[in-house]
Design a protein around this ligand. Structure first.
Ligand SMILES: *Cc1c(COP(=O)(O)O)cnc(C)c1O
Ligand code: SF4
Length: 411
């Protein structure tokens, strides 16, 4: 029923290596990959069930599924409206440029994954919602855009999962970035869950060695190949083949950073995070972000209140050595920027959240502390009310400068 609406895909590695079937349905990787009834509202669930029961025509089921999908905030935080850059007036739908230093690139060949996470914030990429998919067919637009933007130091190739692509195709996207006229592009990042979901990609797939050669070429060109590896739970680091894949990727000179959202039923315990960071560090990886589950898709099933998210972060952070305290969070990728919950404080008899931005549409907003009224139920920035002020400082600032399209405000 649920997979009529939300994407579902799993594979042999996950089913036999990662899920502990004695713990199903509570097993974290089962919750991470298998659709759960609670992900749909009762009413929506019944509606789909009814259509399937009476063997309705597939276009009717499709229409019903699309209506539900559109109510699930398929593109949060202004992704379709505010982050798409232009080149000579022409929009480039396969690119996003929200923060000055980093351009996101969505190659057309990389818009699926080896398996789908139930909580995926990019879920709209995997279902056929008309007009809801961003992807690029050409690497030329990317290179041309970067030539015109010397302030960009990082390209993040993302999806979906770019590591779903064969090496030959991936090389066609990456090689043009290594030329001398794009020397300002210092870091090539790849956002991927392949080390968890399909470590075979780097060990035993037919072009496993070839992809390692590509990473070596990036490093030899004097750039950093930064693997932004999505790991949700320490159990994903256990298989021997995953450790072998990590070792092989690192041997190319690439750096691996680990990040994931905090998800109820998957990793909402401090021990899970402390273990993940500790084991990650001992395998040579760098803890990077703990995200707050975004306000999209079946978010209500997975959301953890901000107050609890901060407690979990702090409890885990306390338990690890300084080498793992490179991690930042809990962070919301919200409309104005990446908003971090720094803590809860009592100020002038009022209980407040202390927040700041790690990334922002306007660089002058970064690392400026601000306050919101404490609310134990709040799960997202939109739920928060400013404390000691009528508005949040960035709302006033956005209005003053009428910075409707952020792209360009810092130029
Ligand atoms: C997180 C993010 C980045 C990268 O931010 P870093 O803090 O440099 O890792 C870039 N673009 C978007 C839209 C992001 O959400
Ligand atoms: S790997 Fe990333 S893009 Fe793919 S399903 Fe999981 S969260 Fe979504």
């Amino acid at each position: 029923m649920v997979s009529q609406v939300l994407p579902f895909r799993v594979n042999e590695h996950i089913v036999s290596e990662l899920i502990d079937w004695d713990r199903v349905p509570d097993d974290p990787i089962f919750q991470l990959t298998f659709p759960q009834r609670g992900m749909l509202d009762q009413e929506d669930y019944e509606h789909i069930r009814c259509l399937l029961r009476r063997e309705a025509a597939s276009h009717l089921i499709g229409d019903a599924a699309n209506a539900i999908r559109l109510r699930l905030n398929p593109h949060p935080a202004g992704q379709l409206t505010h982050n798409i850059p232009r080149l000579g007036g022409r929009p480039l739908p396969g690119l996003q440029h929200k923060y000055r230093e980093t351009v996101l690139f969505f190659p057309g060949g990389g818009q699926t994954c080896h398996a789908y996470c139930t909580y995926c914030f990019r879920w709209a990429q995997f279902v056929n919602l008309p007009g809801m998919k961003f992807e690029a067919r050409e690497a030329d637009d990317l290179a041309a855009y970067l030539k015109a933007h010397p302030e960009v130091s990082d390209v993040l190739i993302t999806g979906g999962d770019p590591m779903i692509m064969k090496t030959r195709l991936l090389r066609q996207y990456i090689e043009p970035l290594l030329t001398d006229d794009l020397a300002h592009v210092r870091n090539i990042r790849i956002g991927t869950k392949s080390l968890s979901y399909w470590p075979q990609r780097f060990v035993s797939d037919p072009d496993a060695d070839e992809v390692l050669r590509l990473f070596e070429d990036v490093v030899r060109a004097g750039r950093q190949l930064a693997f932004m590896a999505h790991f949700s739970h320490p159990v994903e680091l256990e298989p021997a083949i995953t450790r072998e894949a990590v070792r092989r990727v690192r041997d190319t000179g690439a750096e691996i950073r680990i990040q994931a959202p905090l998800i109820r039923r998957v990793n909402d315990r401090p021990d899970a995070w402390a273990d993940l960071w500790r084991t990650g560090v001992s395998l040579g990886m760098i803890p990077y972000y703990m995200f707050v589950e975004r306000d999209t898709g079946p978010n209500r099933y997975f959301a953890v209140p901000l107050a609890r998210a901060h407690e979990i972060f702090r409890a885990a952070y306390r338990r690890v050595s300084g080498l793992a305290r490179t991690v930042r969070g809990p962070s919301m990728s919200a409309f104005p920027g990446k908003v971090r919950v720094l803590g809860v404080a009592e100020i002038a008899d009022e209980r407040v959240f202390v927040l700041d931005m790690i990334q922002a549409r306007k660089p002058q907003w970064i690392r400026r502390p601000f306050f919101a009224r404490f609310d134990p139920e709040a799960t997202w920035l939109d739920d928060l009310e400013p404390a000691f002020a009528e508005r949040f400082f960035f709302e006033e600032d956005a209005e003053r400068s009428e910075a409707d399209s952020p792209i360009g405000t810092w130029r």
